[in-house]
Design a protein around this ligand. Structure first.
Ligand code: ZN
Length: 175
């Protein structure tokens, strides 16, 4: 947080760029970074690339998130997001670009994302509940937004150490 790249709108990929060797290397780098950090989602601006790309994968093997169901690995280029259910749900979000902190964020509970996959094929996915929050969090990175911008009550911002002391339910935590 504080790096200007996290605050600008990322540029879309051309089809040629998606299929390039350079992007293949970038993708490998992103999956490696995500695994190393023990996270569940990462957007290209977080590693210094201001382009519209994010990767997401929830894993039930994650020791930090024991109650998650494993999902397929999502590779998302040039996403368009549509809210399908305006009713909101709240989770304690964290972010690899805002280390050590968590904050309570409410977002729509169901969204559709139209995007291109790593083969530059058009894909559509409808997601709800926790996964809908994960998608919205990651795709916010592509329009220069961080979860702290989405917080209604900044007094819920807290250090992870403090959160453990306060015994906030683990299944509500997102990172
Ligand atoms: Zn983030």
């Amino acid at each position: 947080m504080g790096n200007p790249l996290l605050r600008v709108e990322a540029k879309p990929f051309t089809l040629e760029e998606i299929l390039s060797e350079e992007t293949e290397i970038l993708l490998r780098d992103m999956w490696d970074s995500l695994e190393e950090a023990g996270g569940i989602g990462l957007a290209a601006p977080q590693i210094g690339i201001s382009k519209q790309l994010a990767v997401i994968k929830l894993s039930e093997e994650s020791y930090r998130y024991p109650d998650m169901e494993t999902t397929e690995p999502y590779v998302i280029f040039n996403p368009q997001i549509t809210v399908l259910d305006k009713e909101v749900q709240g989770f304690w979000e964290g972010c690899l670009s805002v280390p050590g902190l968590r904050g309570y964020v409410e977002r729509p509970r169901k969204v559709r994302i139209d995007y291109l996959d790593e083969n530059a094929d058009e894909r559509t996915v409808e997601v709800e509940d926790f996964l809908a929050t994960v998608f919205q969090h990651e795709l916010d990175h592509l329009i220069g937004m961080l979860y702290v911008d989405r917080m209604e009550d900044v007094s819920t911002l807290m250090y992870e150490d403090e959160m453990i002391l306060q015994e906030v339910s683990e299944e509500e935590i997102l990172d």
